[in-house]
Design a protein around this ligand. Structure first.
Ligand code: SAH
Length: 353
């Protein structure tokens, strides 16, 4: 695979163009073009020879949109193709305050959570920072006209959630590099406050991340109220206990001042009875955190079942009464199918047939 231009910061691009015998300001032109989601050939300010030289060594389109699925509620789901033909997926959710994009950090995943389709075929490979970033760049370019007439540095995508395929903290270095690129003032400059990093709870990496000085929304996939129960659906629970996760979250809060988040996917007969609500209240009461309840998106290869709407609201009501800040995530894009990895999984199956 060729090296990827979007992996580079502005300073690194400037060094590169100077090494290639161009003036430093050409670096800024190149970086700005890439940030706007352009391919090298579309950056008209650069000479043809220079562009050809770069393309011998570098990939300028690390991510392309292979297919788009449109929901009646405005949500869009993308199947992204990487330069080596691998596929990952992403979702764009449109809210009043802006667009939130869900992005992937790995091709596949090796965490093995029982409810998740991304992990069905294991981990294929890590994505590079530039590949992670480019998912946003291509979607911004696609929605350029949605922000016409707004301030010049406006971006269609204002919020990012790292909840697509992969475990961000299992691809630690590229995830951190991506976060530095996406928050950089000279780049698309999305504030860390508008970014959620979702992890299954790799505790040592959570501590390490707390030292990076990136105050984002740290989100842990909890899905259970005790370790034994968590081990049933999440293999990582054998390595790190809920108590350790809570301490790591507390440390992140101390370091950044940011409250932390838990995701709790409601699985029928598993984790959403009254006793579980009570246990969750005992576990989290008084902590600076927020709980996002998620309806399970049933994966056909797995037998786990979603909770009904009534039960989901009852669970939410219990938490709120118990003094826990919580929301039930609105189900959006239901008609375009699938959670986490289902689109890619069904695509790969289709290809095999
Ligand atoms: N690896 C990270 C991020 C990717 S998954 C993590 O574990 O957090 C993003 C969120 O979607 C996680 O909370 C995950 O547990 C949840 N999820 C995965 N499959 C799901 C499904 N079928 N239905 C509902 N939520 C799911």
């Amino acid at each position: 695979m060729k090296k990827i231009l979007q992996d580079l910061s502005l300073a690194e691009i400037e060094t590169l163009v100077v090494e290639k015998g161009e003036k430093k300001f050409r670096g800024k032109q190149l970086f700005e073009g890439l940030t706007q989601g352009k391919a090298i050939t579309e950056i008209t300010s650069l000479s043809k020879d220079f562009k050809a030289k770069l393309l011998e060594e570098y990939e300028d389109r690390p991510v392309t949109i292979k297919e788009t699925f449109y929901s009646s509620d405005g949500t869009e789901k993308y199947l992204f193709e990487l330069a080596d033909g691998n596929l990952v997926e992403g979702v764009l959710m449109k809210y009043k305050y802006g667009y939130t994009q869900c992005i992937s950090t790995q091709v596949g995943c090796r965490m093995g959570c029982k409810f998740c389709a991304s992990t069905l075929n294991g981990l294929i490979r890590n994505m590079t920072a530039g590949e992670i970033l480019s998912q946003i760049l291509v979607v911004n370019a696609l929605h350029k006209k949605d922000i016409e007439g707004q301030v010049t540095n406006a971006r269609a995508v204002t919020n990012v959630v790292m909840m697509g395929s992969g475990e961000p903290l299992d691809n630690y270095d590229e995830t951190v590099r991506f976060l530095r690129l996406v928050t950089a003032a000279e780049g698309i400059c999305i504030s860390a406050r508008n970014i959620s990093l979702s992890t299954c709870g790799i505790v040592p990496k959570m501590y390490k991340f707390a030292e990076e000085g990136i105050p984002l929304n740290m989100t842990v996939s909890l899905h259970a109220t005790d370790d034994c129960m968590r081990e049933r659906t999440m293999p990582i629970a054998k390595a790190y206990k809920i108590g350790e996760i809570l301490k790591a979250c507390e440390y992140y809060f101390q370091k950044t001042g940011r409250r932390y988040y838990f995701e709790y996917t409601l699985i029928e007969g598993e984790n959403c009875d009254e006793e579980h609500a009570e246990a969750l209240i005992r576990l989290l009461k008084g902590k600076p955190c927020h709980v996002n309840l998620i309806r399970l998106n049933e994966v056909k290869e797995r037998s786990l079942k979603a909770t009904g709407d009534k039960e989901a609201y009852r669970f939410l009501g219990r938490l709120e009464k118990g003094g826990i800040s919580a929301t039930l995530r609105r189900q959006i894009g239901a008609d375009i199918g699938g959670a986490c990895g289902q689109l890619r999984a069904s695509y790969l199956q289709g290809e095999k047939q």
